[in-house]
Design a protein around this ligand. Structure first.
Ligand code: IMP
Ligand code: MG
Length: 486
């Protein structure tokens, strides 16, 4: 549960509204050329004027008002807008942004304009943009999609049963909102594997006794945009299950033309050949003790374990591949794929997943678009909440098709959902979810134990506790947990 920032945190230069600096992932802050966001960097520069010119609240508000106007104009003029000239990388806005209101709310709480030494930071502007988006979407909300890793649970982790997020998600579903987890994790249509990762949430659905109509509003999209599954709850069961939805069901109709089913397998294969060759070249040139995985719609590089030590005696990465190396591998793959880009008939994404690196056929943007058509909702009625909005991230593709919220940790997601419930459904819903989460804190619910198994594997609870079977989250393979905890 996120706690209120403390006074000492507020005086720290790296202070962040929603979490302690140490909790921020380095993924978005490392000094890599590609770790930038054109719009946020530009707003930061604009607000710097107000800071150096006396830090008057009015000056910030005038700047925010001006940016609001530029965004309105950009929504009409697109590429010929003034904003596009000022920020060439700017994408589409599917709603207006209530920047003045958001800034005033933020400033009232965090005293930005009372500071003498620290101007508004990148993360603060990200938070203000998020808030302005939620204020704008308001009661029009019809679909919320979530990234999985690092948004609902930590990278490679699982959705914990006591996570307060589950109560918030239940409120959304009860209010008639479609909720989808759009994840790159790819276990094809194998529902039980996604169930392992989401078991905490799926158990809460059963405990909350969601009706058949309510439970049917929860979906999981695996492999970016390839495999859709729908939740189902049988009365008496202690966990909801995930049932495959046939491609023809959600990819037909008006919006189905550019959905994944229409991409020939041969085109996918030759694309993945290029991606795999790039990963293999990086591996040998950079001496990475990695394992390279090839799936139907993706190629991945993951830590290779002991077996790779012999292959690269002077190398690195058997347990953990350095973030700089993952960036380098991703950027090289982008470069190699660029050579064949003009022949490609589908979108793709290349991303540093925090502990691994992937090239995937298709994007979350494709998923959001196809789902909008399936659920009959418009881009301005949807938000996608995710952690990867940099050039080498896999949530960024959703910006073109729906409103987005950029978070860095599951704790931030919790705070964002508080705002979503308050602005879109009413304060009572927010309070009900918070009260349920607080009550749960007092109630000793058994956590799925992770006793000593590698952090990237999940327990299968029904297997005897001595040597539990665990699932490799990259491949979906089942294996015995190590006998001795690391
Ligand atoms: P997301 O953040 O929910 O989109 O999940 C991304 C993570 O899913 C990656 O960092 C991987 O650890 C995991 N994953 C498992 N299978 C795949 C795959 O086929 N493509 C990309 N990521 C995968
Ligand atoms: Mg993620």
């Amino acid at each position: 549960m996120p706690s209120e920032p403390t006074a000492s945190a507020a005086s720290s230069a790296a202070f962040d509204i929603l979490c302690e600096p140490s909790e921020l992932s380095t993924r978005n802050t490392d000094d890599v050329a590609k770790r930038q966001d054109g719009l946020i960097d530009w707003i930061k520069g604009m607000l710097m004027h107000s800071f150096v010119l006396g830090n008057q609240t009015e000056s910030y508000v005038t700047t925010m008002k001006y940016i609001e106007t530029l965004i309105k104009e950009h929504r009409i003029k697109g590429n010929s807008s003034r904003l596009k000239t000022l920020v060439p990388t700017v994408d589409m806005f599917h709603t207006e942004l209530h920047l003045v209101e958001a800034f005033n709310m933020y400033n009232a709480k965090y005293s930005v304009t009372s500071r003498k030494h620290v101007p508004p930071t990148f993360h603060e502007i990200r938070h203000i943009l998020n808030l302005s988006q939620l204020l704008a979407i308001n009661v029009h909300l019809k679909m919320v999609s979530f990234d999985g890793d690092q948004t609902l649970y930590s990278d490679g982790g699982n959705f914990e049963e006591k996570s307060g997020l589950s109560y918030q998600i239940i409120e959304l579903i009860r209010a008639g909102i479609n909720v989808v987890v759009i994840t790159a994790a790819n276990y094809e249509h194998n529902g039980s594997m996604y169930e392992l990762r989401l078991q905490g949430l799926l158990r809460r659905f059963a405990k909350a006794r969601l009706s058949p109509a309510e439970i049917a509003r929860f979906h999981v999209m695996g492999g970016e945009c390839h495999y859709l599954l729908r939740a189902q709850l049988t009365p008496g069961d202690t966990i909801a299950h995930l049932i495959a939805v046939a491609h023809e069901v959600w990819q037909s109709g008006e919006g189905g033309k550019n959905c994944p089913m229409s991409w020939p397998i041969s085109a996918r294969e030759s694309f993945l050949d290029v991606a795999e060759a790039s990963f293999r070249a990086s591996q040998s040139e950079l001496k990475i003790r990695a394992r390279i995985l090839r799936k139907k719609t993706s190629v991945g590089m993951i830590p290779g374990g002991e077996a790779m030590v012999k292959v690269f005696p002077g190398g690195h990465g058997k347990d953990k591949i350095k973030s700089e190396i993952l960036d380098e591998v991703a950027l090289r793959a982008i470069e190699d794929i660029a050579k064949i880009k003009s022949d490609l008939i589908f979108p793709y994404c290349v991303f540093n997943g925090g502990r691994d690196c992937w090239v995937d056929v298709g994007t979350k943007g494709v998923a959001a678009k196809c789902l909008q058509s399936y659920f009959h909702v418009t881009p301005g009625e949807c938000i996608h909440i995710g952690d990867q909005f940099l050039a080498i991230g896999n949530d960024i593709s959703t910006r073109a098709v729906c409103a987005t919220v950029w978070i860095e940790t599951p704790k931030e997601t919790y705070k964002i959902l508080d705002h979503v419930l308050r602005f879109s459904l009413g304060k009572d819903k927010m309070e009900r979810a918070a009260a349920a989460a607080a009550a749960d804190d007092l109630d000793r619910v058994t956590q799925p134990a992770n006793g000593g198994v590698p952090s990237l594997s999940l327990d299968v609870p029904e297997v005897p506790a001595v040597r539990p079977k665990v699932m490799n989250v990259y491949t979906g393979e089942m294996m015995s947990a190590p006998a001795t905890p690391k």
